[in-house]
Design a protein around this ligand. Structure first.
Ligand SMILES: C[S@@+](CC[C@H](N)C(=O)[O-])C[C@H]1O[C@@H](n2cnc3c(N)ncnc32)[C@H](O)[C@@H]1O
Length: 293
């Protein structure tokens, strides 16, 4: 029977182990105090609603993202340890070479408190971590507190990356747990396409539906979780192809076009995909919601 492989997990945990209080550049007591002030919402980071008027604001509270052991104290996050399992799936099952990350320009889209970004910077990559939710960026405070030189965190929406980064800039983009939160995955993928270097890699992780046809389930953001469209693995592959990617792999890591099952550390109904930018791919303009090349 096929089984998942976790060869890279020790290296990922080793990378995370740097983020312990003994490596802080500020006093550990002050660090913990400020982190706890974020968590208890004593430090309030106001959200910006892009347009006032008819757009509903999101919740104001801040929640920590990924579990973290700082040595003298630990945090449990809403995202648990998925940062570890996601990276391991790409390294151990999709052929992403973790030893070649040094010096690479990497974008982590929808970073939340940055579990993935922290690992990638420790593996030697130059990382931009972005999120469209402002309050999820105490990662900036982590960066300063640990004196990180290769990690930057900003409040930037995926839809606006072309306003902040040159085209063809990134070697690798991670878009993990984000695509089903978007109203327009086609435009989003094309933005990521344009931001990647020719031949650059896009790593996606998504909530998915266990269906062998290219379908998207409409959830609607009024349901808990704020999701729009949840793609089947085939739909995800098709989305990648239509926006200019050669699909290098889609599935749960073991079986192509299958979603994760109960017992997978990622939980059930998740799907991974890796695409490679095909330079010069023309996108069909008809039906696009904005002008985008
Ligand atoms: C489910 S969390 C995933 C966090 C992390 N990437 C992970 O996989 O554990 C989704 C994140 O995507 C962010 N997000 C949603 N829409 C976005 C957009 N248009 N641009 C950037 N980030 C976005 C959310 O604010 C949230 O932090």
């Amino acid at each position: 029977m096929l089984s998942l492989c976790y060869n890279s997990v020790p290296a990922i945990l080793e990378a995370l182990s740097f983020f312990r209080v003994e490596n802080l550049e500020i006093h550990p007591t002050e660090f913990e105090h400020i982190i706890r002030a974020y968590i208890s919402n004593e430090i309030v980071v106001a959200e910006e609603c892009p347009q006032e008027g008819m757009q509903k604001k999101t919740r104001k509270s801040f929640f920590w993202g990924h579990d973290h052991d700082f040595g003298s104290f630990k945090l449990s996050g809403r995202m648990g340890t998925r940062h570890v399992w996601m990276l391991s799936r790409f390294f151990d099952h999709f052929g992403l070479d973790r030893t070649s990350l040094a010096g690479k320009h990497v974008l982590d889209v929808g970073c939340w408190t940055g579990g993935v970004s922290l690992v990638l910077q420790q593996l030697g990559a130059h990382v931009w971590a972005i999120d469209d939710t402002r309050r999820y960026i105490p990662l900036d405070f982590m960066i300063k507190s640990f004196g990180l030189q290769r990690l930057n965190a900003r409040h930037i929406s995926l839809y606006k990356i072309h306003e902040h980064f040159e085209p063809d800039h990134f070697d690798i983009i991670f878009c993990l747990g984000v695509i089903y939160h978007l109203s327009d995955p086609v435009v989003a993928l094309r933005r990521l396409y344009n931001a990647l270097k020719p031949g650059g890699l896009l790593c996606i992780e998504s909530m998915s539906i266990a269906n062998s046809d290219p379908l998207c389930e409409y959830e609607g953001p009024s349901r808990l979780g704020g999701n729009w469209l949840v793609p089947s693995p085939k739909a995800l592959a098709q989305l990648l192809e239509d926006t200019g990617f050669e699909v290098l792999g889609v599935g749960n890591g073991l079986i192509p076009f299958q979603v994760t099952q109960e017992g997978d550390p990622m939980g059930p109904n998740r799907c991974f995909a890796m695409g490679k930018k095909i330079p010069g791919h023309m996108i069909l303009w008809r039906g696009l919601s904005i002008e985008i090349d």
